[in-house]
Design a protein. Structure first.
Length: 186
């Protein structure tokens, strides 16, 4: 829908003189009608001025004196709202992507810090186990031997449990018919 320069200035909330300056500075596109009168498309006003376009003028007059009908005003308003909603949704999606990226960066930094902490702890423990001459202390060797003995005992216990479970499984499994006929499995 196209309006005159005066009506466009009124809708934008500026004077005609200011509107003419905005035509040059803001690149407002002017259309000439059949009688060579300058006109401005309402969509162009919305593009340049956005929400400052006065909506009450869109619902003003009837089609008579160059005004707008209420239906046209509501349609223009709904188009503006749809554009605004789309812009907000795009902005939220962009913000969400940025936040997810930051979360991943923080997770990676945390994992790296934890690995460094573990490495430093191991180094400090290893240095604390050295005696005054720089060698490994007897207490540290004894502790290592106790750990190895404990590990071997646990391994032996697990082997025994494994053998017992295997025997139970073999005992519960159905016997082959030929072994039963020959009486090999009693």
């Amino acid at each position: 829908m196209q309006v005159s320069i005066s009506k466009a200035a009124e809708m934008a909330g500026v004077t005609r003189a200011t509107f003419y300056r905005h035509i040059e500075r803001k690149g407002i596109h002017i259309i000439k009608d059949a009688e060579n009168n300058p006109k401005v498309d309402v969509a162009e006003l919305i593009r340049v001025y956005g929400d400052t376009v006065r909506q009450n003028l869109l619902v003003a007059n009837d089609e008579g004196a160059g005004g707008f009908s209420a239906r046209e005003g509501l349609r223009t308003r709904s188009e503006m709202l749809a554009q605004e909603i789309a812009k907000i949704q795009d902005e939220r999606a962009r913000e969400r992507a940025q936040l997810l990226e930051q979360i991943e960066m923080l997770r990676a930094a945390l994992a790296e810090a934890q690995a460094q902490n573990k490495s430093l702890t191991e180094i400090m423990i290893a240095q604390g186990q050295r005696d005054d001459d720089g060698g490994i202390s007897r207490a540290s060797l004894e502790e290592q031997r106790r750990k190895i003995d404990s590990f071997e005992q646990t391994l032996l216990t697990l082997k025994r449990m494994n053998a017992r479970i295997y025997q139970e499984i073999m005992a519960r499994r159905p016997k082959a018919a030929w072994r039963r006929w020959l009486g090999l499995d009693a």
